[in-house]
Design a protein around this ligand. Sequence first.
Ligand SMILES: Nc1ncnc2c1ncn2[C@@H]1O[C@H](COP(=O)(O)OP(=O)(O)OP(=O)(O)O)[C@@H](O)[C@H]1O
Ligand SMILES: Cc1ncc(C[n+]2csc(CCOP(=O)(O)O)c2C)c(N)n1
Ligand SMILES: [Mg+2]
Ligand SMILES: [Mg+2]
Ligand SMILES: [Mg+2]
Length: 319
Amino acid sequence: MLVRDLSETDLLASFVPLLPAGRATRLGPGDDAAVLGVAGDLVVTTDVLVEDRHFRTAWSTGEDVGWRAAMQNLADVAAMGAEPTGLVVALAMPGDTPAAWVTDLARGLAAACAPHGVGVIGGDLSGGPAICVAVTAFGELDGRPPVLRSGARVGDVVAVAGTLGRSAAGLALLTAHEHDGVVPPPGTDLLTRTYRRPDPPLTAGVEAAHAGATAMLDVSDGLLRDAGRIATASGVALDLDVGALAPDVELLAEAAESLGVDPLAWVLTGGEDHALLATFPPGALPASFRPVGRVGSGKGVTLDGEPWVGSFGWDHFGY
Ligand SMILES: Nc1ncnc2c1ncn2[C@@H]1O[C@H](COP(=O)(O)OP(=O)(O)OP(=O)(O)O)[C@@H](O)[C@H]1O
Ligand SMILES: Cc1ncc(C[n+]2csc(CCOP(=O)(O)O)c2C)c(N)n1
Ligand SMILES: [Mg+2]
Ligand SMILES: [Mg+2]
Ligand SMILES: [Mg+2]
């Protein structure tokens, strides 16, 4: 059965009952808008996933895409030091999309959101030339100030919660398999799984806020590029310690060898694991974070004091 064999109403009837209610939901899907209970300041973010740009249906199930669409947005909420409460999902797709792909998408959204008490409270459906999943997520700060990109101070420690480079490695393995028949080495399922279903450390965002993080973001475009965003916003320089990234690099070594590439490049420039990158005053690191560098005066990002020559990470349009 394809979506063009169903009416919008039929499709919604198959999709909506699969969505989680959420702890802050006052009114879920079914009316012109949803209602979310909000006690204080509301955190809002949106990110879109586009077929063949962010995922391929040959590599990712509807459930994978639903999971990832939710997680990349929940990670942005967490990166503000907030707790996610709800999201809305706008879905456009061609008529020949299998109806089961859409219900799988709902299952993936639910799997990502339900454990965090996050409701999927509404959305929109449209036909379109490719599958496009746009999520808007909401979160609450519970009286805390948001953790911005602009608060890093000279002398702070740069720290990471979560994984780096695994999604990029997984994508490279899937691409090499599809185009060149390269068989992924055993044990690399973890990497393709991170590409399909990133698992960002969502609760570490609030932990970082409580611990006094001075700046934070989620690494979506690559460690160097996103560290550069903190550096620019804060008017400081970030120096990363390559030795501290060795465990991340080591985990990718076998996959990198099978493809003849440098695993450090995945760690430095691969986004989409949605690790949290934050800065803390010395001694303030919570247990979920590990130190990877220092904040200094100046601008830009260096590695052991040296500039990185090579790609800086993902950009949709340019360099
Ligand atoms: N179309 C837009 N209109 C208004 N603001 C935008 C638009 N696109 C991006 N922004 C804003 O620009 C800032 C950076 O956006 P960006 O999407 O790079 O952040 P991100 O979601 O953390 O990264 P990523 O998209 O790689 O996950 C955000 O504050 C975002 O709201
Ligand atoms: C099929 C396929 N090709 C390439 C990529 C790589 N990719 C796409 S967007 C992005 C950065 C974050 O984007 P955004 O800023 O839109 O969240 C990256 C690393 C992928 N995931 N899937
Ligand atoms: Mg974005
Ligand atoms: Mg972000
Ligand atoms: Mg994002």
